[in-house]
Design a binder for this molecule. Structure first.
Ligand code: FE2
Length: 323
């Protein structure tokens, strides 16, 4: 069954402080800053910060809401994305393990899963990440003075979700979205879409004893993972397909300015978004100058002063926006 889903689109998580988040993703992880905007839902002005690889490709886009100023907190648990995986080239895990240990974000240990080396690290807000070695990823990483192309992050590799019971989540992934089971390694089972591999893989982590985590916006929690479809045509088909299986809580299409989105709460608890790939980040600034300044969608522009005033001032390092 092919519904037109091409892989991961983005992952959206709750950070804590805004400058802390910018420093972590652009400085420590070496991602490109690709957009500074604000959260479109709710009434509290909150940044929405986007980071990605060299070409700001769909499938590399890590987005965050720095919730410290809103005071949103929650509990980690099952029904959430547990670890966000980023691809790095073969033999790069040791570089990252050493780097994250030196910077205080990890223990510096290289692990292995599904025959691939990985280094686990944590965002200052507590979000779990890992860099996973996969030589089959052709995407180009953003580079900085101390992160060269032979170690740079290519984009998302996979997203690991903690679920109490994998059976209904597996059914949702396969029958609902078109994923195919790939392999199991301990508590982790991989599912691939559009051929699988880097950026086209999710993992279910069976944790039957783990208490349900918070679903609300919170610092240190992944809010949702988004899968990509080319256009609203495929998106509408996915919505109709899910509704036809009885997953009737698929949202209406929401305008996220850089893509259009629908959302569905999955049986495992994770909020899954289906986002279009045909608009992109160059609609309100040029491709060469992505992420340099705060941009608001047209419908918020008349309220700019009121929205911007409470936001923590941030400085984005020039190496994160230009080479
Ligand atoms: Fe999203």
């Amino acid at each position: 069954m092919d519904l037109g889903i091409t892989g991961i689109h983005h992952v959206t998580s709750g950070a804590s402080g805004a400058q802390e988040d910018v420093d972590f993703f652009t400085g420590a992880v070496g991602l490109r800053m690709i957009k500074q905007t604000v959260l479109f839902d709710g009434n509290k002005p909150i940044y929405h910060l986007y980071y990605g690889n060299k070409k700001a490709e769909i499938g590399s886009v890590m987005t965050t809401f720095p919730f410290r100023q809103a005071g949103f907190t929650g509990r980690k648990g099952s029904g959430q994305v547990k670890t966000t995986g980023l691809t790095v080239p073969k033999d790069a895990a040791a570089f990252w393990a050493e780097r994250f240990k030196r910077l205080g974000f990890a223990t510096g240990v290289v692990t292995e899963r599904f025959g691939q080396k990985a280094a686990v690290f944590h965002h200052p807000a507590g979000l779990g990440f890992e860099v996973i070695e996969d030589a089959s990823d052709p995407r180009e990483g953003w580079t900085t003075a101390d992160i060269s192309t032979d170690v740079a992050v290519r984009g998302f590799h996979s997203v690991a979700m903690s679920v109490q019971d994998t059976e209904e989540m597996a059914r949702f992934l396969t029958e609902g979205l078109g994923f195919v089971r790939v392999a199991t390694d301990g508590a982790h089972t991989r599912y691939g879409i559009a051929g699988g591999g880097p950026g086209k893989t999710v993992e279910l982590v069976a944790e039957p004893e783990r208490k349900q985590g918070t679903w609300q916006f919170a610092q240190g929690l992944v809010h949702h993972m988004a899968l990509a479809v080319p256009t609203e045509t495929e998106q509408t088909a996915v919505k109709a397909h899910l509704e036809g299986l009885g997953y009737t809580d698929v949202s209406e299409i929401k305008d996220r300015n850089y893509f259009h989105s629908i959302y569905c709460r999955s049986p495992g608890g994770v909020l899954v978004e289906i986002a279009t790939s045909d608009i992109g980040f160059a609609i309100d600034e040029t491709k060469e100058h992505l992420g340099e300044k705060l941009l608001l969608p047209p419908w918020f522009e008349p309220r700019r002063a009121e929205i911007v005033a409470p936001l923590e001032p941030i400085v984005v390092p020039s190496y994160a926006t230009r080479h």
